[in-house]
Ligand binder design. Structure first.
Ligand code: GLN
Length: 488
């Protein structure tokens, strides 16, 4: 089920908006016990919207008006959809129902999409396995003993399990690309400033971007084309023209220069991941790309820099959850101070508390210069590294993650091991550049592996074109176990 074949079926009169939406909702409900991808399924709202779409008809008589007409979409629970919950995977926002739509949601709606529900995620998008959600784990449809990745695990699974063709997530350090890789789907983090953050609940404001999941590159290009562009509600969105990403997909990649980053094929890389990503490098060579080996010397500091900057920004962003303005409030507190303290103590989970403490520490007087300022300086050097490489290359190619999906519980007692999952993805957020993960094969155990492409600022189009060429030559047709066994 892709946007293209939904629209072909609509145009041929073989289906209706109502049937498409009903089928997505029914699958979401049927699989939720096994996979836990959704925190809220909006059967009623989605059906109502489908009726509206059917009644509105189409302007041009094709049966399809609006590039996302009747396309069911799943939305991460840290993105505001009017009338639905936005828990962010946290008890502290548990019952919060935002009175407004995020800009990305407004734009999807205007293009004809139908939100079918809100997806599970790590609390405040902090995590790489979805195990930090206050509302239960999400399971990987390829092997339900394994994690789907995080923090946008629910959205990745909703697409991987073919519940919806496309979904929204957010990527602060890899939270779209990493779960996309672990679940065998396409995931895109746009350039910082490409997509409005209005209505995205903040984690690390200088790093956060809304991103998209899909089963193929074309659908990701359609989705980004809809949600991208300047928004007066978010001053960090840039007034840079949004190209027609779909029209650019078929361009020639002959002569494209792809940099293979040596540091990212070093120690700690799983043998199967190495093999599949190397094979993808060869595939690009056969497609006519020129492969150049490059170095990214500051990449080795990226994890340390990211976990200073992201936690500093998080500690500041999360100060607003005090029991007064939103969501949960601890009961039975004798004083105002006690109410604040107990609300935060009971409302936040362990990982969020760890990050608030770390972030507050690196910003505190006396340590600010040693940690936060230093991290910002290294961030500039890393940006400079990328700028230099993009003078010689059109894109960089790396593995998306060091290993395929790991077992539930495997890394929960070791935050550092968990943080290392992001080693190949955080660099893009620190530099503000776009990144895309596309499936490039299976491990010996039958788990998906992703390859990551990184590009120049505002140049998602090149990533789409390169990923599309690869996908055409090496289609990823395997289906996750949950579906292959007919469980759906
Ligand atoms: N896994 C990373 C973290 O825990 C990235 C999270 C994200 O991109 N939202 O911070």
């Amino acid at each position: 089920m892709t946007i293209e074949n939904i629209h072909a079926q609509l145009a041929a009169g073989e289906t209706t908006a109502g049937k498409i939406v009903e089928s997505a909702v029914a699958k979401a409900e049927a699989l939720n016990e096994t996979l836990g991808a959704f925190l809220q399924i909006d059967r009623e709202g989605a059906s109502r919207r489908a009726v509206e779409i059917e009644e509105a008809g189409d302007d041009d008589g094709s049966g399809v008006a609006g590039v996302l007409r009747a396309v069911p979409v799943a939305v991460k629970d840290n993105i505001c959809v009017r009338g639905l919950q936005a828990s962010c995977g946290s008890r502290i926002l548990g019952s919060y129902h935002p009175p407004y739509n995020a800009t990305a949601i407004e734009r999807l709606g205007a293009a004809g999409a139908v939100v079918v529900g809100k997806t599970n995620c790590d609390e405040f998008a902090m995590g790489s396995s979805n195990e930090n959600s206050a509302f239960g784990t999400v399971r990987n449809p390829w092997d339900t003993r394994r994690v789907p990745g995080g923090s946008s695990g629910g959205s990745a699974v909703a697409v991987a399990a073919r519940i919806v063709p496309v979904a929204l997530g957010s990527d602060t350090g890899g939270s779209v690309r990493q779960p996309a890789a672990l679940c065998g789907v396409v995931g895109v983090k746009p350039t910082y400033g490409r997509v409005s953050r209005y209505g995205l609940i903040a984690f690390g404001s200088s790093l956060d971007q809304i991103g998209v999941f899909s089963t193929n590159v074309r659908d990701a290009a359609v989705m980004l084309g809809v949600i991208a562009g300047r928004d007066l509600h978010d001053a960090t969105t840039a007034d840079v023209p949004v190209p027609d990403y779909v029209a650019g997909l078929d361009g020639d990649i002959n002569g494209a220069r792809i940099g293979v980053v040596r540091e990212m094929f070093g120690e700690g890389l799983d043998a199967d991941v190495r093999e599949q990503v190397q094979a993808a490098v060869e595939a690009y060579r056969e497609l006519g790309a020129e492969i150049v080996e490059v170095e990214l010397p500051y990449a080795k500091y990226a994890i340390a820099v990211y976990y200073i900057i992201a936690t500093a920004e998080a500690s500041s962003n999360l100060a607003r959850y005090d029991g007064v303005r939103y969501g949960f409030r601890a009961e039975e507190a004798a004083t105002l101070q006690a109410m604040y303290r107990r609300t935060r103590e009971e409302g936040f989970g362990a990982e969020v508390k760890r990050r608030i403490m770390l972030g507050t520490y690196v910003l505190s007087s006396g340590y600010y210069d040693a940690y936060y300022l230093k991290a910002q300086q290294v961030r500039s050097l890393l940006r400079e590294d990328f700028r230099r490489l993009f003078e010689q290359c059109d894109a960089l190619l790396t593995p998306t993650t060091p290993t395929p999906a790991f077992l539930l519980g495997e890394k929960m007692d070791d935050p550092l091991a968990m943080y290392l999952n992001d080693i190949f993805t955080v660099t893009a957020n620190l530099a503000g550049i776009p990144g895309l993960s596309v499936p490039c094969g299976l491990s010996r155990d039958g788990l998906p592996i992703g390859l990551q492409l990184l590009g120049r600022h505002w140049n998602e189009a090149t990533l789409f074109r390169l990923a599309h060429a690869y996908e055409q030559a090496h289609p990823f047709t395997a289906l996750p176990g949950v579906l292959a066994k007919g469980a759906a």
